[in-house]
Design a protein around this ligand. Structure first.
Ligand code: 13P
Length: 208
């Protein structure tokens, strides 16, 4: 995919996420690794619903801004994912309501707060979704904590903040972010009810 195509796709998918309520205001940020090297990133304080393809932040391979508007303050979060997961081609961070709600619960399993209820959650998000402790948005100290958690997880949940999801492509990362939000919704709907989880063997069969 050319840089121009990547820019157009980022704007289109971000707008779709915004239109369907996965982000509000200027919340959330997205980055994409470019085939020719370096990254595109959403500018800080931009709305995912009204991005401009020409004004997206252009970063070099070391995540230094080289063109476009000032990048998201969460550049450390995105860099941590690309460093920990060499296969990652895109990272999507949202404040989507249900996943963020799970990240605010006091009594969840911090190793894996959302259990394997449905196959598409497992297929898209993976075996685990670790909870990363709270950091102020934009705090560079979040980087090492995310890198450690992302080494064996495609996505993490930031406590009291929201999900961060990686994918081989931007489409993969967006699909995974959507499945994560729906899995969080199901988990919250079913809290207190006796529910049937996928068995470990069923989970492994989906990941094989
Ligand atoms: P930016 O506007 O800097 O991308 O920050 C938004 C956000 O979601 C912080 O977590």
């Amino acid at each position: 995919m050319t840089e121009q195509e990547a820019r157009a796709q980022l704007v289109e998918l971000a707008s779709s996420l915004f239109a369907r309520g996965f982000s509000v205001g200027s919340a959330g940020n997205i980055s994409v690794r470019l085939e020719e090297g370096g990254y595109l990133m959403t500018p800080t304080n931009s709305s995912l619903g009204r991005l401009s393809a020409e004004r997206l932040s252009r970063l070099d391979a070391d995540f230094c801004p080289i063109a476009g508007d000032k990048p998201s303050k969460e550049v450390f979060m995105h860099r941590a994912f690309y460093t920990a997961r060499p296969e990652a081609g895109a990272v999507v961070h949202l404040h989507s309501t249900m996943a963020t709600a799970v990240g605010c619960l006091a009594d969840v399993d911090t190793e894996n707060p959302i259990p394997p209820l449905t196959p598409y959650f497992v297929m898209r998000v993976g075996r685990r979704l670790p909870l990363v402790p709270y950091f102020r948005p934009g705090d560079p100290a979040m980087g090492p904590a995310i890198a450690a958690a992302a080494r064996d997880a495609r996505a993490v949940l930031l406590a009291n903040h929201g999900p961060v999801v990686s994918g081989r492509t931007l489409v993969d990362a967006v699909y995974a972010a959507e499945e994560l939000e729906e899995a969080a919704r199901l988990f919250l709907l079913l809290r207190g009810a006796s529910s049937r989880l996928l068995t470990p063997a069923q989970v492994e069969a989906l990941l094989a």
